[in-house]
Design a protein around this ligand. Structure first.
Ligand code: FE2
Length: 434
């Protein structure tokens, strides 16, 4: 992993893969739809498109290569901290053709920079191609964000993808597995493109616990609804109870009840909710309420990571549940190959040493933990990546969804969001004390 030429090829590959996805997500609708705001929760797609390239220009053209700004006047328009999403349609955004031309100009220059920049020599930003990997991850994260915009968009389907392969199901699998108590290594100091919040590797002592073998299914979640889960204050954190009362929430986002069955809207198609699929589009409050109703709780972030990475035979933490190899389609449902989670029990080749399945891919999994720095955390390369989000306002999600590219998904990768969020590709599994 540390061979600079290999990392150079991986960076080229990651940037190219990200751009192909960006192009697909922004070419499957017309210019009117690109500039429209489909939800106040999201930016117009054309904002994401130019923001991706503006960040790429700032980090790789200016910071890495030391060159002058190409379009200094647009920096402020594409600064995510200056403008909340709801206000972005009012900004003087580049029109679609202009945004595409800017994107391709930046990319041409950046590929040239990648070709001639030495990738070792003591510059933390460029060693091991870190900034290139960071920029590829950033673009893929916006590709996930743009997929959320597509899910929120009304109108006929614009995207299509094959169904996930039929998995072996959950017959014969235990409902939960036991993870013995003791120390394990959390986080990483070795992964070249790990972001600051995943660092450094450190020992954690986690008491024995039990965790679900697979994520909670739509079918199980329907039982919670049918049992009056949304009408029973006992299961809800006070803020969650207030949210579901205020907005009249009684099911996951995009679900509706019709003719005695649950239907959902998924990328422009209305279909019956599949009972064997992991539940999707639930807030942290909904996940937490379900877990309490079930007599269980959400796993902590450290429990999740121990269940995913700890190898009890070697005592080592693996890069992924299945080992140290990069993900393949046999391991996990990633990369927007399929526009939905796979049925629970799928991807046996991707299970962890404890036999926990689908930790990577399918749905982001809410944990009970606040987003906090690890001991020894150092902000890199800027405070706005993670540090400004640390604290009790954000809950940690782990594992990545079907919408996440492998470059932005590792056993150590940490995502965070507000506990009210439900338009994200979020699900969960439950745990209990031993
Ligand atoms: Fe961004």
């Amino acid at each position: 992993m540390t061979d600079p030429e290999k990392l150079r090829r991986q960076a080229l590959d990651a940037l190219t893969t990200a751009r192909a996805r960006t192009a697909l997500l922004t070419s499957c609708v017309d210019d009117g739809e690109l500039t429209a705001q489909h939800s106040p929760l999201m930016s117009p797609l054309v904002w994401d498109l130019a923001h991706i390239s503006n960040q790429e220009e700032q980090w790789l053209w200016r910071a890495v290569a030391g060159r002058e700004a190409l379009r200094p006047e647009i920096d402020s328009v594409y600064d995510a901290f200056e403008h909340p999403r709801a206000t972005r349609p009012t900004l003087p955004l580049l029109a679609p053709a202009e945004a595409r031309a800017y994107a391709s100009d930046v990319r041409d220059r950046v590929l040239d920079v990648l070709e001639r920049t030495p990738l070792e020599g003591g510059r933390p930003l460029v060693d091991a191609a870190f900034a290139f990997g960071m920029v590829a991850q950033h673009e893929q994260q916006h590709d996930e964000t743009m997929l959320i915009t597509h899910q929120l968009r009304r109108g006929p389907a614009a995207l299509d993808a094959p169904e996930p392969p039929p998995g072996p199901g959950t017959a014969g699998l235990p409902a939960e597995v036991r993870v013995p108590g003791g120390p394990f290594t959390m986080g990483t100091s070795a992964e070249p493109w790990a972001l600051d919040n995943e660092r450094p590797a450190h020992a954690r002592v986690v008491p024995e616990f039990f965790i679900d073998t697979v994520p909670v299914t739509n079918g199980a979640y329907m039982a919670f609804i049918a049992d009056g889960g949304y009408r029973d204050e006992r299961w809800w954190a006070p803020e969650g109870w207030a949210q579901i009362r205020e907005h009249g929430i009684g099911a996951p986002l995009f679900w509706r009840r019709e003719g005695g069955q649950w239907l959902r809207r998924r990328f422009g198609v209305v279909e019956p909710v599949p009972e064997q699929e992991p539940v999707l589009h639930v807030s942290w409050y909904e996940a937490d309420a379900y877990a309490r109703w079930a007599g269980r709780r959400l796993p902590t972030e450290e429990e999740w990571e121990k269940a995913a990475r700890h190898d009890p035979v070697s005592g080592r933490s693996l890069r992924y549940p299945w080992g140290d190899d990069d993900p393949t389609p046999e391991h996990a449902n990633l990369g927007q190959r399929h526009l939905r989670p796979a049925a629970t029990g799928s991807y046996p080749a991707g299970q962890s040493p404890f036999g926990v399945r689908q930790l990577i891919g399918d749905v982001w999994e809410w944990t009970s933990s606040d987003f906090l720095p690890y001991p020894g955390f150092v902000a890199f390369p800027y405070k706005e990546y993670s540090e400004v989000f640390f604290g009790p306002a954000h809950k940690v999600l782990r594992g990545g969804s079907f919408a996440v590219d492998p470059v932005a998904c590792r056993g150590t990768f940490r995502n965070w969001d507000l506990p009210v969020r439900r338009q994200i590709f979020s699900g969960f599994r439950t745990a209990r004390d031993a």
